[in-house]
Design a protein around this ligand. Structure first.
Ligand code: ATP
Length: 139
């Protein structure tokens, strides 16, 4: 069966380097499917869950935090701020981040001191937390 190598690179490490038969990526303009022999591609990524199928048929999931995906030859390279497998995600940290973000967003419309930029940051932090919980199948 045709395969491609999925390599996920973060500032600290190579989070994943595995042969796969299909990948679904969270693109900024929607979900992107990549199969072996895909045309060369560069796409911007959103925060979200990247899912893939191994040659044996088992599925894998990994949380990615934005960045870029590049397909060249038989390699799909992802460069992202984070690449976390479900077992690497700290659930309580994600729940704390969710709580902080929700508290900040709840001040919208009431506190004149909190800027719009802070709300945008809180919204992004909330989405990261929810996607981490989804990668762990807790959402
Ligand atoms: P927090 O507010 O908890 O720091 P964040 O979404 O702002 O979360 P990021 O800036 O996306 O965090 O990531 C910073 C670093 O912390 C990355 O190396 C990322 O992998 C790691 N990280 C963040 N949250 C978690 C988590 N819940 N479990 C494991 N690693 C995490």
């Amino acid at each position: 069966m045709a395969q491609l190598t999925l390599r996920i690179i973060t500032p600290e490490r190579i989070a994943l380097d595995e042969p796969v038969v299909s990948v679904r990526l969270p693109g900024v303009d929607g979900s992107i499917g990549v199969l072996p022999r895909h045309a060369p591609m560069i796409a911007a990524l959103d925060f979200g869950v990247l899912s893939y199928t191994r040659p044996g048929g088992t599925e894998g999931r990994i949380f990615v935090s934005g960045g870029f995906a590049e397909v060249r030859g038989d390699t799909l390279r992802v460069i992202s701020r984070a690449g976390e497998k479900p077992e690497e995600i700290d659930e309580s940290r994600a729940r704390e981040a969710e709580k902080r973000a929700r508290e900040r967003l709840a001040q919208r419309g009431s506190a004149a001191t909190v800027s719009e930029v802070d709300f945008l940051r809180a919204e992004a932090a909330l989405r990261r937390a929810l996607m981490r919980l989804r990668a762990k199948e807790l959402r």
